[in-house]
Design a protein around this ligand. Structure first.
Ligand code: TMP
Length: 254
């Protein structure tokens, strides 16, 4: 397994060459980072949970006709994906004020936004992923105006789906970050959802208590990160194999 060609290693995931041309293997690590890697810990079990939660969401998006890179899960930590050319933008959709929006604009955390807001950040660790406008994106050629339209339409559809999905299990979708890529399929090129959607990339608050069930538990040193992720998976009805009680051996049936 270790002899597979590693294509890219990020903070929380590794991409390996896939079994067929045009495919990759996306491997979820247990590493948790925040503030552009200034805070880093290995959180036992996080990779397995994110793999399963992201699989669950991407499968449903695929079924709804929202194109994603996800093909199928391979094992506890890995999934087979379509290779894409990543567009160097982080697309953030916000429904409720939190995080950098509160800091930047002085809005109180938890304020319901008058409508969903889409923001773009330029993916560049050295610059700390700065907020950019559509003008910057098209002027510097990070995406074309047509791609930007596609990205916004995808982001809105994904927000609608995710908001309903989480609301149904008692979770408020505060905001999330997605990444998209260009996928070449025959002589067609289109923008599809890539990367992951998991409690690492979303803010998820319990609808009743407002308890944080996402990576803010790590960012803000609240503790209980894996327990919160496991609870998100449990509410979505995702069975994680490691939850199975240890085998007790054969049982004599009389
Ligand atoms: P922010 O409020 O810090 O800008 O984050 C907005 C959303 O994006 C939140 O759900 C967390 C997610 N996010 C990432 O997934 N990766 C990042 O590097 C950052 C800064 C935010």
């Amino acid at each position: 397994m270790n002899r597979r060609r590693r294509i890219y290693e990020g903070k929380a995931k590794i991409l390996y060459e896939g079994p067929e041309p045009g495919t990759l293997v996306q491997h979820f690590k247990d590493d948790a980072t925040a503030f552009n890697n200034q805070k880093h810990e290995v959180v036992d079990g996080k990779g397995v949970l994110n793999n399963r939660i992201s699989e669950y969401i991407f499968n449903q998006l695929n079924t709804l006709g929202i194109p994603t890179h996800f093909i199928r899960r391979l094992n506890m930590r890995e999934q087979l994906i379509h290779e894409v050319e990543i567009i160097p933008l982080e697309v953030v959709v916000r429904n409720v004020a939190a995080g950098s929006l509160c800091k930047r604009l002085g809005v109180e955390e938890g304020t319901q936004l008058p409508r969903s807001i889409i923001e773009f950040y330029y993916k560049n660790d050295e610059l700390g992923d700065p907020l950019v406008s559509e003008e910057h994106i098209t002027a510097f050629g990070w995406a074309t105006p047509a791609e930007l339209d596609d990205m916004m339409a995808l982001a809105i559809r994904i927000n609608d789906f995710l908001s309903g999905l989480f609301l149904g299990v008692g979770i408020r979708l505060v905001d999330f970050k997605i990444e998209m890529g260009r996928h070449i399929d025959g002589d067609m090129m289109r923008v599809i959802l890539a990367d992951e959607i998991s409690p690492d990339s979303c803010r998820l608050w319990d609808s009743q208590t407002n308890d944080k069930m996402d990576k803010d538990r790590f960012r803000q040193n609240l503790g209980g990160m894996v327990e919160a992720y496991r609870e998100v998976a449990r509410r979505l009805g995702i069975r994680i194999d490691t939850d199975r009680p240890a085998a007790t051996g054969p049982v004599l049936v009389k």
